[in-house]
Ligand binder design. Sequence first.
Ligand code: NDP
Length: 296
Amino acid sequence: MTVSVPRYAVIGHPIAHSLSPQIHQIFAERTGIQLSYERLLAPRDDFAGVASAFFEDAGQGLNVTLPFKEVAHAWVAHHAGYAARAGAVNTIAIDPVSGPPRGAPVLVGHNTDGPGLLRDLSRLLPLAGARILVLGAGGAVRGVLEPILERQPGQVVLCNRTASRADALAADFADHRLQACALVDLSGPFDLVVNGTAASLSGDLLPIATDLVQGAWCYDMAYTRDGAAATAFCQWAAASGAAGVSDGLGMLVEQAALAFEIWHGQLPETHGIVARLRNALTDPAPNPTSGEHPDG
Ligand code: NDP
């Protein structure tokens, strides 16, 4: 008799770069849970077709990466946790009370990016009372604002290249601790600077003054595909007097752990996985200078 292993996947475009299969296999080893985890390449205009076929073919859970997080939010029947406010879904699970014999499975969308970042950040510094600068106003930043505000920071300043997007995002949250600010009006000091822009993916530096990061912990949500190289933002912040720098590899592992918990009911131990991935990325090093879609 053939025993089928439960099927999971990450869907995106492109997808070949994704580290999610390695991460979920490590979790499977650590928890003793058997699973298969594959990469699904969907055409940019057909997320729904590929995702539907996956669940019709016994798929049990999907991670969603660029550029489909907003599309996935609209596609699922229900939202849980941070997904509703984030307007983006990175994890899809089957509602356990749905499905045969009652009928078709009901799909629930979650967003573990924000709490994943917070799990990584909480190892670095306390957020209660902290003065935080968040750079960017795209999907990733939308997903992290609610969990950051829950940690009772003293102040969160939101700044984006296109200022109107930061204004609109801050207005959506309507929280007195969160203020949008134009790049030219930024003034510190900050305890934490989170780069949630995609600038590091193209090696671009943000036009901000060095005194904004002096003495602050600087966190880039991006990471490089060369485990030995720092992102452009991390390099710049370290050279500008930051108290410390981190890239988004820890966030990637932690968001995956939370997705794993949603699917399997067990939160896997994440200790040592970032170092293991960095070693794997360092040798071989396919593209030492590019940030190359580090999400997913
Ligand atoms: P989006 O495309 O939704 O948003 C991109 C943001 O970056 C916008 O605010 C945009 O500004 C800004 N931006 C892009 N290029 C530049 C530039 N050259 N200079 C200044 N600002 C720029 O992307 P996401 O929000 O989904 O992703 C943002 C980053 O977070 C990416 O690096 C992504 O890889 C990373 N990420 C990492 C994860 C992890 O697990 N580590 C998870 C999710 C995301 P504007 O509005 O002006 O265009």
